[in-house]
Unconditional design. Structure first.
Length: 147
């Protein structure tokens, strides 16, 4: 948990931490990292309303473009939730605001992406409770698994 200065336009400080989901909702946090050598790593963490770790996964990614790597993390989180926790609602959360906007369909740019279209198709198989952005401080566990 970290206090973060939000700049001159924000009044004071904001407390940032991981927020648990309601009951019957799986919160899936994801992150991706692109290393200097071009290797991409993805981390996904699934937790319940008590904060209990239900599933932790790390993957090697296939795209060294930041948004595509992050979308790969979202796709893995969506897929894992549907595979291991059918019948639960999904709360998908990540740190890349542009990816969250793409997934929500609220992005100002309309980038074509096979991974994005596949992720949206996976949404059809799950009931999505929420898709949200968090700062790195609220996504530390998933961020750690990319390292």
């Amino acid at each position: 948990m970290v206090l973060t200065d939000q700049g001159a336009n924000a009044p004071g400080l904001q407390w940032i931490s991981w927020t648990p989901p309601p009951r019957r909702v799986i919160k899936a946090n994801f992150d991706a990292e692109i290393w200097e050598d071009g290797q991409v790593t993805i981390g996904c963490v699934l937790r319940d309303n008590t904060g209990k770790l239900l599933l932790i996964a790390g993957f090697l990614g296939c795209s060294n473009v930041v948004n595509e790597a992050e979308l790969g993390g979202a796709w893995e989180a969506i897929k894992l939730t549907g595979e291991y926790f059918p019948g639960f609602l999904l709360w998908l959360e990540g740190g890349a605001i542009s990816v969250i906007q793409d997934l929500k369909g609220t992005s100002a740019t309309n980038r074509p992406s096979v991974i994005l279209e596949d992720a949206r198709w996976l949404f059809i198989t799950l009931e999505v409770f929420r898709i949200s952005h968090t700062y790195r401080e609220g996504n530390q566990c998933a961020d750690w698994f990319t390292k």
